[in-house]
Ligand binder design. Structure first.
Ligand SMILES: NC(=O)c1ccc[n+]([C@@H]2O[C@H](COP(=O)([O-])OP(=O)(O)OC[C@H]3O[C@@H](n4cnc5c(N)ncnc54)[C@H](OP(=O)(O)O)[C@@H]3O)[C@@H](O)[C@H]2O)c1
Length: 282
């Protein structure tokens, strides 16, 4: 669906009867990881606007508390700031324990980060930390919280992958592989839960204007497609939940994703490598 259409359809749909159905199916509580900035923050904003109470999870407590106050005042929902380092099993366990008293109907596995550099230039410890946050954490959180959502017989789980998942990504080898892991995990869990009343969606954004890519040295002016804003990316995900297994927001990202399936894998990887070296100056 074109982005303009997503906007037009999402707003009226989500404001009227669909808003009530959304809360009924995915509420009363959503847990959003990586909610202190970027796609996670916008997800929390849109979920609160739809009427869900939200647990905001990340490490920067000040940001979470400011967002919680903002959303509670704007939408009259309960919002909790939950500070955890999710790149560790202890942080994940602490979060699962903390939200146990809440009736969680929606889990958004969004927290993640990438690094740019050659596989042998980046430290093994940092690349392992990336695998911990991007891969192990969604597995553990989905296992810990998802089982209770399945037992309720209604709800949803969102995995945030990336278009980086569609081919090897030179100079971001482990990041690309971690997002490939998320995509395959999400697709399989989608099928396993199809008849349980629990909707599973894997979101594969292309380049999106957040702190994440800027931190890794991406120059937005050199990105071959226009970087998307977080609003339409999240709207596409929430519209797709319950209807699609995988959502790639943005027409140009969908075309690029299709092309990677039509050309030999080696060619897709070489083209991706050329593009990413251009935008990061690696
Ligand atoms: N932006 C893009 O172009 C793009 C494209 C495709 C996919 N994605 C995916 O989208 C997701 C969100 O990224 P973003 O672009 O929105 O970047 P972002 O603005 O940097 O957001 C990352 C979020 O993850 C949290 N986080 C990082 N490390 C954490 C840790 N150890 N424990 C708990 N939380 C942690 C950060 O919060 P704290 O620092 O406060 O902990 C922040 O809230 C990621 O999974 C990313 O791979 C992004």
């Amino acid at each position: 669906m074109a982005d303009g259409l997503v906007k037009q359809v999402a707003k009226p749909l989500m404001k009227a009867a669909a808003r009530g159905r959304f809360v009924q199916r995915y509420g009363p509580w959503a847990v959003v990881t990586g909610a202190s900035s970027g796609i996670g923050e916008e997800t929390a904003r849109q979920l609160a606007a739809l009427g869900l109470s939200v647990v905001l999870v990340a490490r920067r407590r000040d940001r979470l508390e400011a967002l919680a106050a903002d959303l509670a005042a704007a939408h009259g929902v309960e919002v909790r700031a939950s500070e955890h380092d999710l790149a560790s099993p202890a942080g994940v366990e602490a979060l699962i324990t903390e939200v146990r008293p809440l009736d969680v109907g929606l889990l958004v596995n969004n927290a993640g980060f990438g690094m740019k550099g050659g596989f042998f230039d980046l430290s093994l410890a940092e690349q392992r930390r990336m695998i911990e946050l991007n891969c192990q954490t969604p597995v553990a959180l989905t296992h810990g919280l998802g089982a209770r959502i399945v037992a309720r017989g209604r709800g949803g789980i969102i995995f945030v992958s990336s278009t980086a998942a569609f081919q090897g990504l030179p100079t971001s080898a482990v990041y690309g592989a971690s997002k490939g892991f998320d995509l395959l995990l999400g697709e399989a869990v989608w099928d396993e839960l199809r008849k349980t009343g629990v909707d599973v969606l894997t979101l594969c954004p292309g380049p999106t204007d957040t702190e994440g890519p800027r931190r890794t040295g991406v120059d937005p002016d050199k990105v071959p497609v226009k970087m998307m804003q977080v609003g339409p990316v999240v709207r596409a995900a929430l519209l797709g939940l319950g209807k699609r297994a995988v959502v790639v927001p943005g027409a140009s990202n969908r075309v690029a994703a299709l092309l990677t399936r039509l050309v030999p894998r080696a060619m897709a990887t070489r083209v991706a490598g050329r593009l990413i070296r251009r935008v990061t100056g690696e």
